[in-house]
Ligand binder design. Structure first.
Ligand SMILES: *[C@@H]1O[C@H](CO)[C@@H](O)[C@H](O)[C@H]1NC(C)=O
Ligand SMILES: *[C@@H]1O[C@H](CO)[C@@H](O)[C@H](O)[C@H]1NC(C)=O
Ligand SMILES: *[C@@H]1O[C@H](CO)[C@@H](O)[C@H](O)[C@H]1NC(C)=O
Length: 204
């Protein structure tokens, strides 16, 4: 084998090895005792959740509604929850009156619970709720929000196509509390500063 060819094969094997180890790392969540890690992992794996607002259409009721989101591009997990929404959405009409809300993710969105035969309500199938205040992104945040959402939800690129009256815009949740159930024994209160600071979360 010519030297250049064997180098090529070696590099190929190395890349394959990296791809396999990245895949292995992505195959499962961090250990349940690493609450911050589990929260960041799920926030990066998931691409939709349920936003719950104080309803204006149904006064006195909480209103839960599916919302797509992204915490970064596939390669760049940030922990920040970015959304692309229209004021025509019932949830956003609620938000315009009262921006306090919760956003809930379930580990059923990954393969983990199905593989282990955990029902969504089984405490070993993580449930993660962010409590906070919804707001529009700043102009500094907007390029990151757009990169994250258009990477994870390519269809969104066309939502504000010319002539659209929906006025889709980028928003985020200013996280104040993080509630996580990830094992028997009750919910954990995940520290928000540690959540944002964690920077070694495996990419998808
Ligand atoms: C990841 O996103 C953050 C903003 O959310 C940005 O500051 C950082 O430069 C990005 N990193 C890469 C490698 O793209
Ligand atoms: C967020 O931006 C949208 C679209 O530009 C605007 O209609 C809405 O009033 C803004 N929300 C707040 C709270 O400023
Ligand atoms: C990430 O960092 C935390 C401490 O900040 C550590 O406990 C954890 O093991 C690290 N995870 C990986 C995959 O390196």
């Amino acid at each position: 084998m010519a030297p250049s060819k064997s180098v090529g094969v070696l590099v190929g094997l190395l890349l394959l090895g990296l791809a396999v180890s990245a895949h292995d790392a992505a195959a499962g969540p961090p250990d349940y005792q690493d609450k911050v890690g589990v929260a960041r992992w799920l926030a990066h794996q998931a691409v939709e959740g349920v936003l719950a607002t104080t309803s204006t259409a149904f006064p006195g009721y909480a209103f839960g509604n599916t919302q797509s989101f992204a915490d970064g591009t596939i390669k760049n997990s940030t922990g920040h929850l970015f959304f692309y929404v229209s004021n025509l959405d019932a949830s956003i009409q609620d938000i315009l009156v009262d921006p306090r809300c919760t956003f809930t993710l379930s580990e059923v969105e990954t393969n983990f619970c199905k593989q282990n035969h955990y029902d969504a309500e089984d405490p070993r199938c993580a449930r993660l709720t962010f409590v906070g205040t919804y707001r529009n992104v700043t102009s500094a945040e907007e390029p990151h929000a757009q990169a994250a959402l258009f990477d994870r939800h390519p269809e969104m690129k066309s939502w504000n196509s010319q002539g659209s009256f929906h006025d889709f815009h980028f928003t985020t949740l200013e996280i104040e509390h993080i509630w996580l159930v990830d094992m028997f024994g009750g919910a954990a209160d995940v520290d928000v500063k540690q959540y944002y600071a964690r920077n070694n979360v495996t990419a998808l």
